[in-house]
Design a protein around this ligand. Structure first.
Ligand SMILES: C[S@@+](CC[C@H](N)C(=O)[O-])C[C@H]1O[C@@H](n2cnc3c(N)ncnc32)[C@H](O)[C@@H]1O
Length: 361
């Protein structure tokens, strides 16, 4: 029985299910979830691509951020370098290579680890990181107390969201019902009491608002595992004001083979489902867990400050000039103000200095 059939059966037995639970199942169900069974990232044969798919420049730039974190922490003899949601593992691979090349001492002292929930991606990460002494865990708690840096690129957008709608008579939550075996949206009462208070007053009647209690909970849990050091988050994101300016259109969307899928409910488990991250809510969750926001900017500004544009050819040979041109175009895509460059970067700290980061000078 497929995911849709199972959901239809459940809805017939117990009534409509909050959209957030359907999104959770579509992404992470052990038998049918997109991330469990078929996640495909990248240009060739993938459903979407990330900064990681544009060559080593992104990992190299993050290597410089990691190197700054190590210096800020006083160059400890051992430190944790943890990537959460590492996709193919190529960012960690490129980051470690850059660190070894540019800051050998920091690379030798690093204890790299990955937090990953997808068994399929864990396998790919093992292959990409062959030869490195790595640890894997599903949650930061297993690595606590972390002393060092935890970073996550495009991870928060993969957490399920509650979709709320402001009606004439109060806040309602989008649920999923069924008709003749087809999944449809229906409105129902909020599935958690606190959701009612999460919709900003300024949202117009009929407008939609998304809340990811899962993403906020993950940030709080990860933050709690950091004893000393930093949490770096990179994602397509907006603050509450920016999200309100979208006039309550909602941001949940599905991707398959680089195309937007109009009806996200039609192909559950087969497509990537994602939502824009609410920075205001994420910052509140991190601060609630004792972290301090010490740096914030766009991916464009941060990567430029980290030298992503330094792509000069190392010799005059035609092949080297060609390689340099290809590195330049990858760098331009990473900082495109209408694309990846508009992503937001947030750096939080606990019991660690705020100064010394080239990215936020
Ligand atoms: C959109 S992909 C991004 C992958 C990679 N960071 C990149 O930039 O290409 C999201 C990643 O987060 C992982 N993930 C989702 N939920 C997670 C969680 N709760 N803990 C750790 N990893 C998670 C997914 O399995 C996947 O590796």
């Amino acid at each position: 029985m497929g995911l849709r059939e199972r959901l239809v059966e459940r809805i017939r037995a117990t009534g409509p299910i909050p959209f957030v639970d359907v999104m959770e199942a579509a992404l992470f169900d052990p038998d049918h979830g997109y991330y469990t069974t078929r996640v495909a990232i990248g240009f060739e044969g993938g459903d979407y691509f990330t900064s990681a798919d544009l060559g080593p420049a992104f990992g190299r730039a993050l290597g410089r951020m990691a190197s700054d974190a190590w210096s800020a922490l006083g160059r400890p003899a051992t430190w944790d370098l943890v990537e959460a949601g590492a996709g193919h593992g190529t960012v960690m691979r490129d980051l470690l290579a850059a660190l070894e090349h540019e800051r050998g001492e920091a690379a030798l002292a690093a204890r790299p680890a990955i937090l990953e929930v997808s068994p399929r991606l864990r396998e790919q990460q093992r292959l990409a990181l062959t030869g490195h002494e790595m640890r894997w865990a599903t949650a930061a708690t297993a690595l606590a107390p972390i002393r060092g840096l935890v970073f996550a690129n495009e991870v928060l957008d993969a957490f399920p969201v509650h979709v709320l709608e402001r009606g004439e008579d109060g806040v309602r939550e989008v649920h999923v019902g069924e008709t003749d075996g087809r999944l449809i949206e229906v409105l129902g009462a909020p599935s958690h009491p606190d959701l009612r208070w999460r919709v900003p007053e300024a949202l117009a009647i009929g407008g939609r608002w998304e809340v990811s209690r899962a993403a906020e909970g993950w940030v709080a849990q990860t933050a709690a595992a950091i004893a000393t050091g930093y949490l770096l988050l990179i994602d397509y994101a907006d603050d509450e004001q920016g999200l309100l300016a979208r006039r309550g259109a909602g941001t949940v969307r599905g991707f398959s083979r680089h195309r937007l899928v109009g009806d996200a409910l039609a192909a559950l488990g087969e497509i990537d489902l994602t939502a824009t991250v609410n920075i205001t809510a994420i910052t509140r969750a991190a601060e609630g867990a004792g972290l301090r926001l010490i740096g914030s900017g766009t991916q464009r500004d941060v990567l430029i400050a980290l030298g992503v544009r330094e792509t000069a050819a190392t010799s005059d040979a035609p092949i080297e000039r060609l390689r340099s041109a290809s590195r330049r175009s990858a760098a331009e895509l990473l900082i495109d103000p209408n694309g990846l460059g508009a992503f937001r970067v947030l750096l939080f700290a606990r019991d660690a200095p705020a100064d010394g980061f080239r990215a936020f000078n």
